[in-house]
Design a protein. Sequence first.
Lengths: 454, 503, 423
Amino acid sequence: MTNINDPSDASSADKMPAEEAELQEATAAATPGSPASAWAPEGPDGGRGRSLGQQFLYNLWAANTVTVTVLAIVLALLIGAVLIIVSDEDVLATFGYVFARPGDALSESWLVVSDAYANLFKGAVFDPSAVGAWIRGEGSWRTVFGPISETLTYTTPLVFTGLSVALAFRGGLFNIGAQGQAIIGVVLTGLVGFLLPLPPVIHLLVALLAGALGGGLWGFIPGFLKARTGAHEVINTIMLNYVAIYFLSWLIIQRGVQNPNRTDAISKPVDSSAQLPRLLGSDLRVHAGILLAVAATWAVAWLLNRSTFGFELRAVGGNPDAARTAGISVTGTYIGVMAVAGALAGLGGANMVIGSTANALTPLVAAQIGFDGILVALLGRVRPWGVALAALLFGALRAGGNTMQSVSGISLELVTVLQALIVIFIAAPALVKAIFQLRAARAARLQTSMAKGW
Amino acid sequence: MANDHIDLVVEPGEIHALLGENGAGKSTLMNVLYGLLQPDEGEILIDGRPLQIRSPRDAIAAGIGMVHQHFMLVPVFTVAENVMLGAEKVRGGVAGFLDHRRARKEVADVSTRYGLRVDPDAVVEDLPVGIQQRVEIVKALTREVDLLILDEPTAVLTPQETEELLLVMRSLKAAGKSIVFITHKLGEVKAIADRITVIRRGRTVGTADPTASRDELAALMVGRSVILTVEKGPASPGEPVLDIAGLVVDDDRDVRVVDGVDLTVRAGEVLGVAGVQGNGQTELVEAIMGLRPIIDGTVSLGGQRINGWPTKRVLHAGVGYVPEDRSVDGLVKEFSVAENLVLDIYDRPPFGKGLALNPDAISEAARARIAQFDVRTSSADALVSTLSGGNQQKVIVAREMSRPLKLFIAAQPTRGVDVGSIEFIHRRIVHERDIGTAVLLVSSELDEVIGLADRIAVMYRGRILAIVNPDTPREEIGLLMAGITAAEATGAAAGDTGTGELA
Amino acid sequence: MTVDEVAARPAARGFWTRGRKAGAVLLPIGLLGAAVFGALATDQPARLTLSEDAGGAALAVPGTLGAILFGLLAAAAGGVLLSGAVERWFTWLLGVGVVGFVLSFLCWQISDAPAGQNFMPMVNMVRGTFLLALPLIFGALAGVLCERSGVVNVAIEGQLLMGAFAGALVGTITASVWAGLAAAAVGGAFISLLLAVFAIRYLVDQVVIGIVLNLFAVGLTGFLYERLMQTDQQAYNQPPHFGAWRIPLLSDIPVIGPAIFRGSIFLYLALILVVVIQVGLFRTRWGLRTRSVGEHPTAADTLGVRVLGLRYRNVLLAGAVAGIGGASYTLLLYSFTKNMIGGKGFIALAALIFGRWSPTGALLAALFFGFADQLGAYLGAINSIIPSQFLAMLPYLATILAVAGLVGKVRAPAADGKPYIKG
């Protein structure tokens, strides 16, 4: 009755492990540790037997991480340009007669977009006219380094929160609570900063330590709850973010904390002895926090790849069952990962009140660094140095966005849109690949995602 | 490629057995037939007409039903809800209100017609496995299938449940349904099939009659006449190493699955635990390893009580452990071969000291193990997921045997592993025994247990029914696996010759 | 929550049933309430007036006595739970305990209020509770629709925000509330569409894409707000508002009538949606298939259910529902402001979880959270010493306790968050 004559090479998962690996990556049904494999050595299709130059070109166009990142940025900027155009009434007016005189619409559009992005660049990297002035001896070097200084200032806290999210990610946990951890960190750092009378260097160290402890505690809670009750860390970290926000807004209007000279919600200022020193003089805001950030990146990289704790963390992130069977304490690792991740985010928070961004606690003192940290971690493909670079990009966008807002009058919110879009495209390399018709190759391996339920 | 130019013809009203080893490509073939996978070449003819089956929907429309190896039941739904899903009886027009009354009646009708008793209002996750399988069959029958595919239906059943299933299959056949019966158990095939197609490595290697002898079928299935003879000398048991007394363990759902087990394994012997899967073997081993809480009783290692020890301490006390499901419990897929080789000793010198790892020592050791255990991999740094199943298993065995052991526990050590690797792993186990390690072998493959063990403990419903010699007749062990002790068997065996073979 | 089995060993077995655990918490805090609130309360009567002000009929209890009695009631409920005698009445006893504790607290607060303010207007409280719960109900229902079909929705915040924005923009431009409402649904569905495409088509982790979409929505609406709305409020941000609809007969019921049945279209819509989705999920073909796709998509697929299609449909529907919820801001009370949802989407997520992924549960949780919010406002008005910030934390803390298993077991659909890949 039924006649089958079918050769099929459809692979069945546990019978063809090599294909299974492909499938896993292609589908991103990967476990939390999969970000690691995004950086695995080139697969067999990586173009053996080619010259170095060919290999480079091949990799470049075979949708590798760098290409996808660059293209994601390009796509985001394009969409941003469209937003600038459609939200500009003058330009829209020219589109009213676009069929009569298309040149008008195009040139107007080009004008407003190029002006915006030029200012974004000037505010983030350097302003050619300032450089020219410096060379001619008319301006100071400080003006030239101003944009870089701003970029690094915004970069610093993002490195910490990005590392926080990335570290947890590698351990199989999604730390959406970097925001709350940063807030508790900034609170404790701030309190130490204006309540404890300590000598200069010690005061700074104690303030930083307090920030790390505060964040660590706020990370420990969801880690502990996950380990002991199985409560999902995504839910608990989200909830704890808001608990932290309300705690902060309550605390800063308490007597002894609130600035007695002010009626609004702001704390006393942090003593100068607890402030991170500025690196390029008092005119430029870049401070020693960036050095700490680099050190933290190195430390996290070492911890992940060269330490027993990192081994446990990655094993648990990759396959908690196998880790447990091999005698690794999964619950202990969860708690440890979250505590360390929290401490990192807490340090990021500390930077917000003893760096040069602000020197007193306000309800918004931690800004969005925790949420931005999630984007930074994803953009950095949850690898420490990748995170540092991603933080640099986001810092540059933020610094440039300020200039863009003040000079071109384009809302700073555009930067948020750009950041979100970049990460959306990064997270779906298959989409980027499809848009740019890239060679198939390893696009699927670029998945930064992990698929797991609540 | 899992299927390579396979031909299969099923006649109306016949039970057609598809026989093949684990991994031969049987399930892949049936998934193609059921529209879950698409063939690259070839065609499917129903009643002589070619038919494209792109999805299960097409398969159902063509009168094909399938009972999957892993049941396709929604655990939180009732039986009736599971049965009607996808073919709901509704009223109220576009709103589509479910008609539970008609659904229940449908279940009841099919139940009585084919003798498949199920309670339509029971929630599926509360039902025992055998009944869940019945629900699956009911589900297919309510869809008026002409061809029913049963994928390894007896893997999870007790011999009694298997008997009942065979009865159901006969009544379906009597009703004119065709059945494709996928299995690797020879006894069942001989008991029920009208025709047999044997598949090996994705190819049909022949068809046979149920009258063919076990040896003929086995030879067709594995490709050579010798199945499993492990060369080993007599054991010289020493001191007791593992002592289990009155052990009681619950499973994840708090059901008592190990219920007062006493067991001793001596140095230099292999104690095999035989039994149908799901009779508490898994939980027994997990309890020894500290992976599952012990409710009552004691476990001692070399005279020292190890109840409540964390897994790490048990491992470091000289226990090697090959877990039964390598992809779940044995390996971290995102790790390299080298990293997997130190998964449970990464924090011990020379691999780790304090907080620091020593990558050089890890890769050096990995190279040595890869050579010693004949692991086929492109390099020690390759991801373990790029290896074949047999080589993945060898990585685990290499890891667990690479330190001095008092006790070696192997649970299903050769499941889903190619023949070459099976032989290699068996030789290593015997070697471990010969150097004086106590070995506890748990396997649901009776042949493997008989071939390797020096003593065989038969486990049934959480208890050790008997401990027998490996030269005990298969039939007797088979009866024990079905819960029938020797005394009872003398009375019952006369009337029933089939049961023993079914194991 | 499909938490890894390793970590998910239920802490309580045997003796410590959920009833006993809840009782062990309830008994001491009930006694504590009786002692502390009783001591702090004054002899002023605490009056719960059945109107919008101090006048009219009222339930009056002497402060001290009420605080002690209600505290003891909570403790008694806890005691019964702890005894383990009547496990079947768990929900009711827990309810009595919580309500008793809250009343004990209120007796203290009301009797301790400044002179002449020793009353709590019930109509205001109920109305405020429902008003504050509105976006939570819509948001949580959006969550139910998504997650019951296996797609995690943490983008509720973004969907609400986009709905509020689109409602305000289109409502203003067309000068029509109905066009605004439709646009709000489309706006919410737009964020949902992105969620669906990236989660289902491109298999991006659903929590990741949800979080990113929230930021995207904040940025997009913030950008357009600053570029368009701020420069020309008249043209872009003066949305028309829905008025109150009075339901005949029902609106004459004391307290509930004026509080609920003289409400807005949004309130009625929310209540209707709760009923429709509850019935739909558990009594219709669509619901059976939706739940099967959320629990075991492979099983559904083998029975011919179109898994991905159903997921797309439900996720889009969810976005539309959340979008309408967002419009309850801009088409009812306010005009659009930047980031005006301010975390309500995450409380909605909390309500979804607290309500155990069921529409009615979500409604109750949303009302509970709305009440906490309204209570904060009331206590602020009577100059209570209880900081409103701590009341605002209540929903979040309650959710943490709930997922930690202290208030019974919460169980998400089994396939929630897992992409479905054929074969």
